[in-house]
Design a protein around this ligand. Structure first.
Ligand code: CUA
Length: 300
């Protein structure tokens, strides 16, 4: 093939066009390289330098195992008001699930606590409002974050990872009290041994008590209707699911609810009811809407 057969609209570059770069171009290349190195150093150094990272440790877990740990912790340190008073030096446990933070913790001001966080279902975000503290809370991953809170008061926890339709309502809180208040509480309520039977749970064995459970890990009770006679009505609730639930009786001006329980925990709700149709439901945000509701018929 002859050279003349080759055609192009662009004239070929003369040989030797690739001249050494001028000085300003060389400086530019070095500046780019230097900034890449600097930015990489910041990204890696951020992990080790400064106080912006929450000191934490982590280990693998399962939703069931972690929820069981939380249930045991809540039972051991839980107070009569349903909150869990954590003695300084004791690790705290908190379970995230759609759409709650369980249990309610009471901490002492100025003391460093390790709060273990994990999720029973989806990815959630633990965000302590006003504290610049944001942690991812994933299932199968238990993270122990070291947290010290200064002023007594209530600190709001919100979820900062979209986790479903009830995400916006997934709020909780940490209560922080003075050393004097914590000491007064601990003196009045000595920490229970784990062997102690739950008084509320054993009281639920009384005759005429309605029994209610949870269908597997679904957001559903094991019964969609309950029927009883007017008078003192007791629902003994057992939650074998790792997801925290409670049970409330609602209707005709009555609205009472049980404690929140998880992982085999038992709780009782009582009311004096006149004949009529009532509702029983779980009050954890999103659960009744998902179907965790039933009809309670009270006969004369
Ligand atoms: Cu949990 Cu959003």
């Amino acid at each position: 093939m002859a050279a003349q057969d080759f055609t192009s609209s662009v004239a070929p570059q003369p040989t030797g066009w690739a001249k050494p770069l001028p000085r300003d171009e060389r400086v530019f290349v070095w500046l780019v390289l230097a900034s890449v190195v600097a930015m990489t150093a910041v990204v890696v150094g951020w992990l080790y330098l400064g106080r912006q990272n929450v000191p934490s440790t982590a280990h693998a877990t399962t939703p069931r195992a972690f929820a069981a740990k939380v249930a045991q912790f809540a039972k051991q340190y839980g107070g009569p008001d349903g909150r869990v008073y954590v003695p300084p030096g004791t690790d705290a446990y908190m379970l995230a699930s759609r759409y709650s933070w369980y249990p309610e913790l009471v901490l002492e001001t100025g003391k460093q606590y390790t709060i273990w966080l994990s999720s029973a279902d989806a990815l959630h975000g633990f965000s302590l409002v006003g504290q610049n503290l944001n942690l991812e809370v994933a299932p199968h991953h238990a993270m122990g974050a070291k947290i010290t809170l200064g002023k007594p008061g209530r600190y709001l926890i919100v979820c900062n990872e979209y986790c479903g339709l009830g995400h916006a309502r997934m709020a909780g809180h940490l209560d922080v009290v003075s050393p004097r208040a914590m000491q007064a509480y601990l003196t009045a309520h000595p920490v229970k041994s784990t062997a102690t039977t739950n008084a509320a749970a054993s009281a639920g064995a009384a005759a005429g008590t309605l029994r209610l459970g949870v269908r597997g890990t679904a957001l559903a009770f094991d019964k969609s209707t309950l029927t009883t006679r007017a008078g003192k009505v007791t629902i003994a609730f057992t939650n074998d699911s790792p997801i925290p639930h409670d049970v409330a009786i609602k209707g005709h001006g009555v609205y009472v609810k049980s404690a929140t329980v998880t992982s085999g925990g038992r709780a009782v709700v009582r009311a004096v009811l006149k004949p009529g149709t009532y509702e029983y439901l779980c009050t954890i945000p999103g659960h009744a809407a998902a179907g965790m509701v039933g009809t309670l018929t009270v006969k004369p």
